[in-house]
Ligand binder design. Structure first.
Ligand code: UD1
Ligand code: MG
Length: 464
């Protein structure tokens, strides 16, 4: 059983993923399976599903931009810790899904049963693939298909059944008659085959359709002609079968995936005020009782703690936000915000910055590769770059760290409890001592000792 708790592989089961197609309808220089859904190349989801089935091995058929797809799959496998061995099979020419499986015969021969998945169906659920496999085992046929009943079946292969309901064949959109195309049960592109039956059927498939392709779906009739039995397992969640062949379908997949991820978060105790305007990637984690306000985009491996308030209109990429933080209308990239800190509105936090705990970065403030310590505040209109700010520092409005001399970047250090007045330029490298005060409007070019007051501005002259 796929669901067994031990991690023993299924006896003599392999999974084959078809990913050699160019994806002509995408009108793209990027191979179709590498287009992103939920912030991940869509083949990631197929790979994860393949792994969950616990096969002895996973085969991936590559062809168009083979090296690029292979490198990406290897990276994804490492990233999501896929324990199964992965073999790559090269389909020399894109002669159709039937030809792709035929090329994989040396791989398939090692198994009794194989689950075949397409790399362009990122929404398929584990429950359905498990159901497909289980139904295949129970019914003891040669093939079991995952099918779905769709209100609009356009573009998919249609399932032709006998009056008794037995699956007879699949008719592809490009070759179907009007009557056949009116059938609303479709082929998801996920199948479970007995390898022996698949092998003998495949060899006989002929070229079909406008592109003279070998359709994998034609193998059903050939298997039946040899006395084999074809069964279908009907999906309980028809939206999962969406095959991404165009950018329009890509956007539909994105919407459904996003909804799923948001629902998972909501069920785990996160408030998403407006799911329609909130976008999150597959790897984002959010702690309980955090609230995500409208117009918020959370990308990459962003982690948000408990009891945070994020948004509205906030974009966070690859950042870690601690518990009880508030981030309003801001842009954060590859940074860390530690607990009980407040960011925004209108802050730009750039990579390698670490802020907090209990720190504040306010409106129109840019922070780059800087450390802002415990309880420190940079509340208004400042640029803080390559800067180390220790605890309980107050930075006045309009303070600029002048970190770049045209050739190199230099560091600014501001020690604990220092007070920097408004509109100060700190010419790096420079160090402000503990408890030091800088008068408003100063341009500081030399280090300021602990507890000292620095005034570096022209004296006011009054003329009448
Ligand atoms: C295919 C099915 C169709 C099903 C639909 C579900 C066939 C003939 N048709 O149609 O019945 O309803 O998926 O989404 O299989 N591929 C290769 N090599 C090739 C051609 C395709 O590896 O030479 C791969 C593609 O990368 C893709 C998969 O096979 O992952 C399906 O190919 P695609 O062109 O998307 O077929 P559909 O028209 O979607
Ligand atoms: Mg497709």
């Amino acid at each position: 059983m796929i669901h067994s708790n031990n991690h023993k592989a299924q006896k003599s089961l392999g999974v084959l993923i078809l990913a050699a197609g160019e994806g002509t309808r995408m009108e793209s220089s990027i191979p179709k399976v590498l287009h992103h859904v939920g912030g991940r190349p869509m083949i990631f989801y197929t790979l994860r599903l393949a792994n969950a089935v616990k096969p002895l091995a996973i085969g991936v058929v590559v062809g168009y931009e083979a090296e690029r797809v292979k490198t990406s799959v290897q990276g994804l496998a490492k990233d999501c810790q896929i324990a199964r061995p992965i073999s790559f099979i090269l389909q020399k020419k894109a002669l159709g899904s039937g030809n792709a499986v035929l090329e994989a015969m040396p791989f398939l021969k090692k198994f009794k049963t194989v689950v075949v998945l397409c790399g362009d169906t990122p929404l398929l659920t584990y429950e359905s693939i498990y159901g497909l496999f289980q139904s295949h085992e129970e019914q003891k046929g040669q093939v079991t298909l995952l099918t779905a009943r769709l209100a609009n079946p356009k573009g998919y292969g249609r399932i032709v059944r006998s009056p008794l309901g037995e699956v007879q064949r699949i008719v592809e959109e490009s070759v179907g008659t009007a009557k056949e195309l009116a059938i609303n049960e479709i082929n998801s592109g996920a199948y479970c085959f007995e390898v022996e039956a698949l092998m003998s059927g495949l060899k006989e498939i002929g070229a079909k359709g406008p592109k003279k392709e070998h359709f994998l779906t034609d193998v059903l009739e050939l298997i039946r002609a040899r006395g084999g039995k074809v069964n279908a397992y009907v999906s309980q969640v028809p939206e999962e079968v969406l095959g991404v062949n165009s950018r329009i379908q890509l956007s539909t997949a994105e919407r459904i995936m996003n909804r799923r991820l948001l629902e998972r978060l909501m069920l785990s105790g996160v408030t998403v005020v407006d799911p329609n305007s909130t976008h999150i990637d597959a790897d984002v984690e959010i702690g309980q009782d955090s609230v995500i306000y409208p117009g918020t985009i959370l990308r990459g491996k962003t982690k948000i703690g408990k009891m945070c308030r994020i948004g509205p209109y906030t974009h966070i990429y690859e950042a870690q936000i601690g518990n009880e933080c508030v981030v309003r209308m801001s842009y954060l990239d590859t940074c860390r915000v530690l607990e009980k800190s407040e960011i925004g509105p209108f802050s730009n936090i750039r990579p390698e910055s670490v802020i907090g705990p209990r720190a504040k970065v306010g409106n129109f403030t840019e922070v780059k590769a800087s450390r802002i310590g415990f309880g420190s505040k940079v509340n208004h209109l400042s640029y803080i770059g390559d800067c180390e700010i220790h605890e309980d520092v107050n930075i006045g409005a309009g303070t600029i760290t002048c970190n770049y001399d045209g050739k190199a970047k230099h560091k600014t250090t501001i020690s604990a409890k220092a007070f920097v007045g408004s509109n100060v330029n700190l010419i790096a490298p420079v160090k402000i001592g503990r408890g030091a005060k800088i008068a408003a409007g100063s341009t500081v070019t030399e280090d300021v000792p602990d507890e000292a007051l620095a005034i570096a501005r022209a004296r006011q002259v009054i003329k009448q």
